[in-house]
Design a protein around this ligand. Structure first.
Ligand SMILES: [Mn+2]
Length: 543
């Protein structure tokens, strides 16, 4: 029997790719055609087809007709092929020097010095390793946009697009304290071939980075190449954040104080310094503009089948233009989608007469994010039922915010807000018991409609300081310099028969970002309208 003619077919259809990608390299016989594994219809006649099961979607060739050659299972992209000696030398010549001049330090740098001093004091005599993290694969050779670990950014001052995967901060113990050393992947200079061949790091692929000297000027610390990190860490004891960097995980053994480090770097951000508060105000102000953008696109959202995506995209545009990114996935929840707490499918219709619950935040280049929710009437006017429920949440939020002051228990914000909501539900005849009974933790019937806690810390992470212990955060007291959200909500599911029909499918949340002060609070998002009348005129002004 004759061997089938090898032929490499371009596999255009993802589903077929899924079927085949697990196979080891081999020739798919002509039967594959008849079973639908390969579509060779465009190649006419009785051609068989072959499949290269390589790791890369890019590894397909189009048509090696009537070739008896062995299949090349190691198909290469252009830059994987070593250049000829002649070309390699040619590419090294004829370039002007391009040093960066006038490098200045960001205003965050003096704050980083103070932050590292605290870290140093807490881990006296111990090497401390804080990796920035690596790229996360999205699919094949595309990765998610890189965003460094918050602790790495907090202690180095590396921000925005300057943050590069694979960087690591090492705090090297000395007699006096610690010397910080930042390990980076520096720019690929023209004397290497990486600048045009390395698709992950090469300058012609991903842009220029700092040299180690430039980075040292920029961040005010010693900087070395990350290629030296493995040898540097080998055989040394260190307290480290694990799970973020391959080299660190491979070279640094677990240490008894690792958990303490995780807690320390999280809790360090509980009290914001002046710089952080200014950045959070920037994030809130950019978010305000993003909410205005959303109001402007509401007519387009109404006119589009997946109108929530129009809203999602409008806010994302603001986040990318003014900031680094979104601080978290936008919740653009129209109508009863608002009753799904983490609705970020955002693929629903936007219908006049419904409410839009928009929970979104711009993350600025310093990685601080806002976390704001407003609930807006899509046609610009609240209905009586919508307004009635809105006002209950409004009063609840006001009580939560006004409870804030240094020395007050963190959970008091929750208690103050929920008391108002529970009383409102009692007044409406929905809950049939006294407020005291309703607020008993063993009862808490209002939680059927309030669903979530009212406050969390906010900062570089939207749920900031999440590795704090209960006594440091949840069961602790408020201190001046904390920034937290106040975000009560009421959610009446579509099928909730305990509420009159006109309320069903309404979800309302109002969320602001509040700074705790010695004698009270500053609401950083005070300027984003809250009251229904203010919201209606805000919306009218943007029509
Ligand atoms: Mn929140």
């Amino acid at each position: 029997m004759a061997r089938p003619t090898p032929l490499i077919i371009f596999m255009a259809e993802t589903r077929r790719f899924e079927l085949l990608k697990g196979l080891t390299p081999y020739l798919v016989s002509s039967e594959a055609h008849s079973t639908g594994l390969c579509d060779v219809s465009e190649y006419r006649g009785s051609l068989a087809c072959g499949w290269l099961a390589t790791n890369s979607l890019h590894h397909y060739a189009h048509h090696m007709e009537n070739s008896d050659k062995a299949l090349d299972t190691g198909s290469k992209r252009v830059y994987d092929v070593a250049p000829s000696e002649m070309f390699g030398e040619f590419m090294k010549t004829g370039w002007a020097p391009t040093p960066l001049t006038g490098i200045i330090q960001d205003e965050v740098i003096p704050y980083c010095v103070a932050r590292r001093a605290d870290l140093s004091a807490a881990f006296s005599g111990l090497r401390v390793v804080l990796p920035g993290g690596e790229l996360k694969q999205r699919s094949n050779d595309t990765d998610y946009q890189f965003r460094p670990h918050s602790a790495f950014a907090y202690y180095t001052g590396v921000q925005g697009v300057e943050a590069q995967p694979g960087s690591v901060l090492v705090m090297e113990p000395t007699k006096e304290g610690h010397t910080p050393i930042l390990f980076i992947n520096p720019r690929s200079t023209r004397d290497t071939d990486a600048f045009y061949r390395d698709a992950k790091n090469g300058e012609l692929w991903v842009g220029r980075r700092f040299t180690t000297d430039e980075a040292a000027q920029r961040y005010g610390i010693e900087v070395r190449e990350v290629s030296e990190l493995e040898a540097f860490l080998k055989g040394k004891t260190a307290v480290a954040l694990h799970g973020y960097d391959e080299i660190v995980d491979a070279k640094v053994k677990k240490h008894a104080r690792d958990e303490e480090l995780i807690n320390f770097v999280s809790v360090a951000r509980l009290i914001k310094d002046d710089y952080e508060i200014r950045e959070m105000q920037k994030a809130v102000d950019a978010t305000h503009r993003g909410f205005s953008d959303v109001i402007r696109v509401l007519p387009a959202a109404v006119a589009t089948p997946r109108g929530e995506r129009v809203i999602d995209a409008a806010f994302y545009g603001r986040a990318r233009v003014e900031g680094n990114d979104l601080g978290y996935n936008t919740i653009a929840a129209s109508g009863s989608h608002a009753c799904v707490l983490h609705w970020n499918r955002n693929d629903g219709e936007v219908i006049p007469g419904d409410l839009l619950l928009l929970d979104a935040g711009v993350e600025v280049d310093s990685f601080y994010t806002a976390d704001i929710t407003r609930t807006l009437p899509i046609n610009g006017k609240f209905s009586p039922a919508q307004r009635a429920l809105y006002m209950l949440v409004y009063e609840s939020q006001k009580a939560g915010i006004e409870a804030i002051k240094a020395g007050v228990p963190f959970l008091e914000i929750n208690r103050a807000s929920h008391s108002v909501l529970a009383q409102g539900l009692i007044d409406m005849g929905i809950i049939k018991m006294s407020l005291e009974e309703a607020m008993d933790p063993a009862v808490g019937l209002h939680k059927r409609w309030t669903l979530h806690g009212v406050s969390h810390m906010l900062g570089m992470d939207v749920h900031d300081c999440a590795q704090a212990r209960a006594d440091q955060y949840r069961d602790g007291v408020l201190e001046a310099g904390m920034v937290l959200t106040v975000e009560p909500g009421l959610y009446i599911q579509l099928d909730d028969e305990l509420f009159p029909a006109e309320y069903r499918g309404i979800g309302i949340r109002i969320e602001d970002d509040v700074l705790v002060t010695e004698d009270g609070f500053i609401n950083l998002s005070e300027n984003i309208p809250h009251h229904p009348d203010e919201i209606e005129s805000w919306m009218a002004s943007l029509r």
